[in-house]
Design a protein around this ligand. Sequence first.
Ligand SMILES: Nc1ncnc2c1ncn2[C@@H]1O[C@H](COP(=O)(O)OP(=O)(O)OP(=O)(O)O)[C@@H](O)[C@H]1O
Ligand SMILES: [Mg+2]
Length: 198
Amino acid sequence: MGLDLEYIDGQTPIDEEEKEGLRIETISTKVELDEFEQLNIEEALQWVLSKKFKAIQVFSEKFICDLHKRMYGNIWTWAGEFRKTDKNIGIDKHQIPVQLKMLCDDSMFWIENNTYSMEEMAIRFKHRLVSIHCFPNGNGRHSRLMADIIIEKLFGKEPFSWGAGNLTQSGETRTAYLKAVKMADLGKYQPLLEFARS
Ligand SMILES: Nc1ncnc2c1ncn2[C@@H]1O[C@H](COP(=O)(O)OP(=O)(O)OP(=O)(O)O)[C@@H](O)[C@H]1O
Ligand SMILES: [Mg+2]
C-alpha cells in the first residue's frame, strides 16, 4: 500500500521520493493526510500563540524553516528542509536560499521605512514566499501562517480570516483565493488583501 493522493487546483503534487518521507504508515488518502497535518498545524499554532516575536527573528531562513518543521514535522521527514525537486509552482530549486534571503532583507527594509501599510506588507511577504515555494509541500498553509504571525505578532492587529471558509478543499472560497493569488502574480495585491480580510 502507498499514499494515493488526489490534488485540487493550485496544489503542488508530492513526488514519489517525497512520499517516502511520510512518518505515519497508516495514512493512505488525501483526507487522512489533511487531518493528520491539521493536528500537527494546531500544535504549531499553540506554540505561536505562546510566544513573542521580533521582526529580525521572523524574517530569517531559520525561522521560516523552523515554522514549517513545527507545522509538518510529525508527518514528514523533510519538514523544514528546502525542496530538492522542481515544482509546477515556484522558482528553480537552486535559487531558493538566495531568493529567500532577498525577501527577508526586503521585508526588514519595508518595516524600517514604513514602505507599505501593515496589511499590504504581510500580504506581499506571503505572496512572495509562496511564489518561491521553499518546501516540497505545505507552502500555502505555511505562507498564510507567516502572514498571520506578521500581522498579529509583529503589528498587533487582528489575524487574517482568509475568506472564512475551507481553503484546503475545492469550493467557492478556494476559487476566490486562487483568483486573488493570480492577481498578485501580476503585481495587483488588493484582491488578496481584501480576500485575507473577508
Ligand atoms: N499561480 C500561483 N502563484 C503563486 N502561488 C500560487 C499559485 N497557485 C497556487 N499558489 C500557492 O501555492 C499553494 C499550494 O502549495 P502547496 O500545495 O505547497 O501548499 P499547501 O499548504 O499544501 O496547500 P494549500 O494551502 O493550497 O491547501 C496555494 O496555497 C497557493 O497559495
Ligand atoms: Mg499541498
